[in-house]
Design a protein around this ligand. Sequence first.
Ligand code: FHN
Length: 583
Amino acid sequence: MKQLGLFFGILFFLFSCAPKNQEQKDEATLKQDAKMEWWRDARFGMFIHWGLYAVPAGEWNGKEIPGISEWIMARAEIPVKEYEKLAEQFNPVEYNAEEWVKLAKFAGMKYIVITSKHHDGFAMFHSKASKYNIVDATPFDRDPLKELADACEKHGMRLGFYYSQAQDWHEPGGTYHNIEQGVPHWDPELEREPLMNYINGKAVPQVKEILENYGGLDILWWDTPRGMTEEAATTLQAEADKYPDLITNNRLYRPWPGDFSTPEQHVPPTGLDYDWEVCMTMNTSWGYKRNDDNWKSSESLIRMLVDIASKGGNLLLNVGPTAEGLIPAPSVERLKEMGAWMQKNGESIYGTSASPFFKLPWGRCTTKKTSSGNILYLHVFNWPKDGVLRVPGLDARVKDVYLLTNPKQKFAYKFEDNDVLIHAPTVIFDPVNTVVVVKTGKKMEITSNMPSLKEGKILMPADFADIHNPGYGTHAVLSGSGTESLIQNWVDYRTRVEWMFHTSDAGTYRIEALVKSEQPGKLTVKLGDQNTETEIPSTDGNFEIISLGEIEISEPGNQIISLTPVRENWGSAELMYMELVKL
Ligand code: FHN
């Protein structure tokens, strides 16, 4: 009991991602903070994958090529000379840089990162270092990146260029995906040369060009350091270092810190303790792929942005324009819908810090500190059915509770035990995400609501789980909240479901779960070093409590337990909760 009291006594508020006191910071940190300030405040940017691959748009010789479209040259093993011919057909006359910038701005995006050269080696800017570029090799005869830089300047949009520094499938010294396994380049005509020939002969000169000729880039976005060497990385970094305000990512080499890290196609379950940006597609492919209709809904994209902001990160959301120079209509539609939400609720995203709460079953939280106190932006995805929005473990003087889109719309609230209960409205203002603002005094403390041992049991509901979906593939989703929450569509064996919990008691625990499955399957239960394979029977489509075996906890404290399907024995399952019962 004493230990339990101690645990709950540890109040971890804490704007964990918020800056430390200015006085405590050294000079380097202060400099870094100053450089990153606009980027941290921005939260939302547009990624643009545009290149020659937009011409075949996922098809080669009348066949659909599986995978992401910008990889078509490698996936279909297209010889260099043949791929080069695409340039003759690339004439994106519909391209209008200003329209793209205006769309990004409307969506609420504060920066754009565009591919200046992807792995196929084709430069989307006028390069003196290689004739294989959009001005010299296509009928288009315009520099689209120059036009984009001008439009960004005009509309106050920050700009970054993506540059594939290692992979260059067009050059004898460039790397390719399986070079590290000793596999030869698919085109035998391409006589190999040392990497540094390509680095010094093309990559460095082109990086110089993009840094010098486009009005001062804000971001340089490296990608896939396959086959890179330290020498190549430091040679390129030396160019970036000439621009002290330039922000670069962590993909120059492995490992490489950069200014920020880059989780791709997934949102980390908790925040990271350094700057990070999720890059994400709206469908599956980065480059335009004609038959890729796997679109995420606007609702899930808005919630994803909020989820990321609530963990202290940025979202770089991708569009893949066509060979004519148009952003595909489904992307435009989604960006407009995101923009409609951002126009009204942007205050709860820009310049905010990560949530101080462990989990909020009904949604997310972002925060800001002001001179007079704290602002909590409660992002309500699902209004609790009992009409009460429970803000767990909030110890603060509450000054005001209102609707962000209409401050006159106040909410009644009361304190109960450690929680603040906000009375839900009878109307749901925004079914995608309603933002309720809670203003508090300066002193604010929050007690964690992490699942913990109560009466011999630790209950871990579905909405307290972190669902780790694979980057590509079918994603498991969470529906409902509280006791009605449910993990559905768990069909991909690569999806891992994980809970963090606290226990004050070491010992043996029986694991139970409320599961529905159509066929028998197997799961690996993992806690620390323990991995136990366990069978789940078919429940004939009904929810049943099943046993997942036993687990030993040797040390009290915070723990992480996860369930991962066994590849050969997995069909699908739904899960409502997992419970550990102390034996
Ligand atoms: O191989 C690329 C891919 O085509 C795309 O550009 C993504 C964007 O982050 N980066 C690489 C895969 O990690």
